[in-house]
Design a protein around this ligand. Structure first.
Ligand code: CTP
Length: 131
């Protein structure tokens, strides 16, 4: 039984999110997703997500490929989350390539390629143009 752990904001859900979650799930038997809190997102990106954390968690939890979600409250706690959840594999998008190699001592670390041409930020920009 291999547990896969991944993290993200997953605001304004799009096909890039679905693809990485499905591929992360295919790396093991059980997928756990740490959804970044609103406060963490604000500190990282300087803005609040469009969907608040409770809604982002509910949306991700509703996906067939996801077994469990929790709130990621701090970037510094990744090691603790890996240990507490007994993760065998940490999956991150390759925008983070190399940045999480320190966790190789706790679990396998895999970087999966992002889907080209889409992001929450670009979607918000497109929607703004219609407004
Ligand atoms: N992701 C992906 N392909 C994309 C966009 C995101 O595979 N086109 C992955 C990221 O690598 C990450 C997860 O989806 O593992 C969550 O990313 P997130 O930052 O929430 O999504 P973005 O669309 O990149 O958001 P933003 O534009 O706000 O940075």
């Amino acid at each position: 039984m291999k547990t896969v752990l991944t993290f993200g904001t997953f605001d304004v859900l799009h096909i890039g999110h679905i693809r990485i979650l499905e591929r992360a799930a295919a790396c093991g038997d059980r997928l756990i997703v740490g959804v970044s809190s609103d406060a963490l997102n604000f500190s990282k990106k300087g803005r609040n997500p469009i969907y608040p954390e409770a809604e982002r968690m509910a949306i991700i939890a509703a996906l067939r490929c996801v077994d469990e979600v929790f709130l990621e409250e701090s970037l510094e706690l990744k090691g603790e989350y890996i240990k507490n959840r007994n993760a065998d594999i940490l999956v991150m998008g390759n925008d983070w390539e190399g940045k999480f190699d320190e966790f190789n001592s706790l679990c396998e670390v895999q970087y999966l390629s992002r889907t080209e041409g889409i992001s929450t930020t670009s979607l918000i920009d497109t929607i703004k143009k219609y407004a």
